[in-house]
Design a binder for this molecule. Structure first.
Ligand code: ATP
Ligand code: MG
Length: 573
């Protein structure tokens, strides 16, 4: 490929819409452009990287016996209604109607369609297990598209789905994916940690995320350096150093707290620390209303609450709260709560003595309240997020917090979708059972951006060889003089199987060097006056800057060997 005929519009300035490093660099280096918020045009460089990521993924999915299919993006509304996700996705789902007025959706994921496929084709235990996958565009109207392709509204995902007859079979399919994912991310050159993640509704089921530690990430990880414990903060457990705080309140009484709602406001108004305040959050499940209590110095972990309740959970609306408690959010509390509302509490609440709760009356709180004495608590459990200062549940060492980018997610679904959509198989005795499923995703552009976040330096991107748009760039610093030599070099690199681009532009050497560093090709071969005086060219490695000067006639073979050596580093082991 000749650069002069190649669409790679590099920019000198950072694009103004980009706050995240990888976004800035990938736009500046000409990998993609924004079409509108959260929607991107991939230019040749970007598309080449995505294709390389896709190829690694395909090889590793094929290796575990997965079969590639292609589901449509345009999907019938009724299948989403059948599983309740037409509502559950809310505004995240792009919806439309066809000319007959039928509800349609642009698929944000494909559990429903894959389950329907299984229903039609996997009828007997003899048809199982199976793994199907695709690399397909997903559509999600993300509330905050961010970081360029890290969180977009249209994005390519590899999603696979496993179908098993037994729970042991699901364990096996899950383990196969775990291994495939490690190989994929190793081969793509990423550094990552595998953390336990929220498994949502399915009690015993397992879920792990593949996380690339990075300040650009939106996820928070909790790590223990001593024993290797790693979890998403949503589900992480910690040993707490909670202690109780002495209370200034002698007896239980109502106090007027006009317009004082949040923990900070209440603490300031009553001149107490947050440890004395009990927050009450009212949530709804499809069947009931629950008040979850946490001490004022901690935050509720929604996924822990969801797991504890075993049902889908959402915050109650202001109207629902007013209706049940007779008071607005901010003033509700567990004392004299409506009897149909179950009250559960985080472990921290047990330590509060003569604390403060909402008064179930506008502008009112109650002070001097003790859980278990002044109001009932049906269960105490871990419902709070871990925080700085908590220790590892396994080994007691201090926990560390880090931001990270989620590049992949593996998930034991169980039978939720097969039951909802009627995907049953018959066992050897002719009895029917729901197919046991898993689902597994990787965001291709997130892999690309995560690599940029990991390895970029002050000059630009540094690609791992395996996903670089080209393995090498040939810089011809004086096309008038060395054009013929460079052309020969380029041809022989091609013959030797090195993927190279030839920067033959009639522009200054400085710009060529700058662009090469910005775009981040792993290898750079320079044909210029200085070396050619001795009949030599320079080969340099972008990662660590090591370089070699070699006679021009040995240059192609020397670079090919170096590339080959490096390829082995990323090769499937
Ligand atoms: P997040 O919590 O970051 O929104 P998610 O839990 O919604 O991710 P999944 O539905 O599990 O993600 O999707 C599988 C994979 O698809 C993710 O691990 C991620 O790599 C990728 N992905 C998800 N949402 C986006 C997006 N908006 N843009 C780009 N990639 C995405
Ligand atoms: Mg999401």
């Amino acid at each position: 490929m000749r650069f002069s005929r190649f669409l790679a519009p590099t920019l000198k300035e950072d694009p103004k819409e980009a706050e995240v490093l990888s976004h800035r660099l990938l736009v500046r280096a000409g990998f993609f452009r924004q079409h509108m918020s959260g929607v991107f045009v991939f230019l040749p460089l970007g598309w080449r990287v995505l294709q390389k990521v896709a190829r690694i993924i395909r090889e590793e999915m094929d290796r575990i016996g997965a079969q590639e299919v292609l589901m449509p993006s345009l999907t019938a509304g009724e299948v989403w209604k059948a599983t309740g996700r037409w509502e559950a996705f809310g505004a995240d789902m792009f919806r439309l109607k066809d000319r007959k007025g039928r509800d349609l959706a642009l698929a944000p994921t494909h559990e429903e369609l894959m389950t329907l496929l299984a229903r039609n084709h996997f009828r007997s235990y003899r048809d199982l297990p199976q793994i199907l996958y695709q690399i397909q565009t997903k559509f999600r109207d993300e509330p905050r598209p961010r970081g360029g392709v890290l969180r977009s509204r249209e994005f390519a995902m590899k999603d696979s789905y496993s179908f098993d007859a037994t729970w042991e079979g699901l364990d096996e399919s899950y383990a196969l994916h775990d291994r495939a994912y490690r190989r994929i991310f190793d081969r793509a050159g990423l550094k990552y940690v595998v953390v336990s993640a929220s498994s949502g509704l399915m009690g015993g089921s397992q879920s792990e995320e593949f996380m690339v530690p990075s300040e650009a990430g939106e996820d928070r990880l909790v790590l223990c350096d001593a024993c290797g414990y790693a979890a998403n903060v949503e589900v992480a457990e910690g040993k707490r150093e909670d202690h109780s705080v002495p209370s200034p309140f002698q007896k239980m009484e109502k106090v007027s707290t006009p317009d004082v709602r949040s923990v900070e406001e209440v603490a300031g108004f009553l001149n107490v620390t947050p440890e004395l305040i009990i927050k009450g959050l009212v949530v709804r499940t499809p069947t009931r209303m629950v008040m979850a209590l946490v001490r004022g110095d901690r935050d509720l972990a929604e996924s822990k609450l969801q797991r504890a309740l075993g049902e889908e959970v959402r915050m109650a609306t202001p109207e629902e709260v007013l209706d049940a408690f007779g008071a607005p959010i901010g003033f509700v509390g567990p004392v004299d709560a409506p009897p149909e509302v179950e009250i559960i509490a985080d472990l921290s609440v047990r330590q509060v003595e003569r604390g403060v709760v909402g008064g179930n009356e506008e502008d009112t709180h109650i002070v001097g309240v003790t859980p278990g004495v002044d109001f009932p608590v049906s269960r105490y459990l871990d419902l709070a997020l871990v925080k700085e200062g908590d220790r590892c549940v396994r080994c007691g060492e201090p926990l560390r917090f880090r931001s990270a980018i989620e590049v992949g997610h593996i998930f034991k679904l169980g039978t939720k979708y097969s039951e909802a959509l009627g995907a049953f198989f018959t066992d050897a005795e002719g009895k029917e059972h729901p197919i046991i499923m898993g689902s597994y995703g990787i965001g291709l552009a997130r892999v690309m951006a995560a690599a940029v976040e990991l390895y970029a330096d002050e000059k630009g991107i540094r690609w791992p060889l395996s996903i670089a748009p080209f393995e090498a760039v040939l810089l011809d610093l004086d096309p008038g003089k060395y054009g013929e030599i460079t052309r020969k070099l380029y041809t022989s690199l091609q013959e030797k199987g090195v993927e190279a681009i030839w920067d033959d532009r009639n522009i200054s050497a400085g710009v060529k060097f700058k662009d090469a560093d910005l775009i981040g090709y792993p290898f750079r071969l320079v044909v210029g006056e200085r070396g050619m005086r001795e009949g030599k060219v320079e080969i340099q490695h972008r990662f660590d800057g090591t370089s070699r000067k070699v006679p021009v006639e040995e240059a192609a073979i020397s670079l090919a060997e170096w590339v080959d050596h490096e390829r082995r580093h990323f090769a499937p082991g």
